[in-house]
Design a protein. Structure first.
Length: 334
């Protein structure tokens, strides 16, 4: 509910700026941006399909469009359900189409699926830092200090606590080892495609790279819709602010700092001052449009899957099978 309220407040603020005539938006560029954003998600989901099929080559009943529907349904729910609960919906829909798959193996497929995206996010952060667009400490004394006085003044008690904690970890590992081996085997199965670099490059990286290129086009359309400067550098700046900054903890993750980053970055990259109200409307307005679109698509997919239009009933159905993952998986192989 907090996320919904926050999204609603942000959307209302952006709509108020637009409604008051402070900001004008080109609906055609906005619609083009939304369509390209959806195309970017469709293309990216193809990589996840290849990852799953590499782990389960015999699951011929699982089609690419099934994975795409599961992906889109999960993306829409991730904006509402905390702790990326939409990812469970993705796995649930995959298992409905391919019952022989396992929760743990499917969960492990998220690692190769996000590997390229994470690496690209780091590249974006490095680029932003090289351009001086992130508030990274430049001098040693600007880093946060750590208080170690307790360890220094009480070395024996600190050593005792560390010894007890270490013994507890060793004991826990020994107790869980018999159960951990089958689980680790299933998790490794989800990483199968990483053992085939060529398949990973052609089946995953190429699709995700193409998806990122399409997303650049989507962001360019959104910038044009809000009459913001459209250059390759400003589009990359927006991509860095929206996605790359979520990876590195030092990066500005809050909406306010992200807006400040865009406001400063536009001046640095274009040499022209940009109205902060226009940047605010752009940041909140695009986020609200994409959020509403993704959620509507998610509800439509899940409603068709469960033959109901009730969001409450959909959530009830989604809770039924994820509980199976927590209680334990069946003894089927693979």
């Amino acid at each position: 509910m907090d996320r919904l309220e926050s999204a609603w407040q942000a959307a209302r603020h952006a709509l108020q700026l637009i409604g008051d005539g402070v900001i004008s938006v080109d609906p055609w560029w906005l619609a083009a941006g939304v369509l390209l954003h959806l195309l970017h998600q469709l293309v990216r989901s193809r990589g996840w399909f290849h990852i799953i099929r590499a782990s389960y080559p015999d699951a011929t009943e699982l089609r690419a469009r099934d994975v795409t529907r599961a992906y889109l349904a999960g993306v829409g729910l991730n904006g509402v359900v905390p702790a990326r609960g939409g990812d469970l919906a993705k796995l649930y829909l995959i298992r409905r189409r391919a019952p022989r798959t396992r929760w743990s193996t499917l969960l492990a497929t998220f690692v190769p699926e996000t590997l390229f995206e994470s690496a690209l996010g780091v590249v974006l952060i490095v680029w932003a830092c090289s351009q001086g667009l992130l508030p990274v400490p430049a001098k040693p004394w600007e880093f946060t200090s750590v208080d170690v006085s307790l360890v220094v003044t009480h070395p024996f008690s600190s050593a005792a606590v560390a010894a007890v904690a270490g013994a507890g970890v060793v004991l826990l590992v020994r107790m869980l080892r018999p159960r951990a081996r089958p689980l680790l085997a299933r998790l490794r199965l989800g990483l199968t495609i990483l053992k085939r670099p060529r398949d990973y490059l052609l089946g995953v990286v190429t699709w995700q790279a193409l998806a990122r290129a399409i997303r650049l086009g989507s962001l360019a359309c959104f910038l044009a819709a809000f009459a913001l400067p459209v250059t390759l550098a400003t589009v990359v700046l927006v991509m860095a602010a929206q996605s790359g900054t979520r990876i590195i903890p030092l990066a500005p993750a809050s909406a306010g700092l992200r807006i400040a980053m865009l406001a400063y970055g536009f001046v640095e990259l274009t040499g022209e001052a940009v109205d902060i109200t226009r940047i605010t409307a752009f940041s909140f307005g695009v986020g609200a449009v994409l959020y509403v679109t993704a959620f509507a698509i998610s509800v439509a997919i899940l409603g068709r899957e469960f033959r109901t239009a009730s969001p409450r009933r959909i959530l009830e159905r989604l809770r039924e099978r994820p509980a199976e993952a927590l209680a334990g998986e069946p003894a089927a192989s693979g």
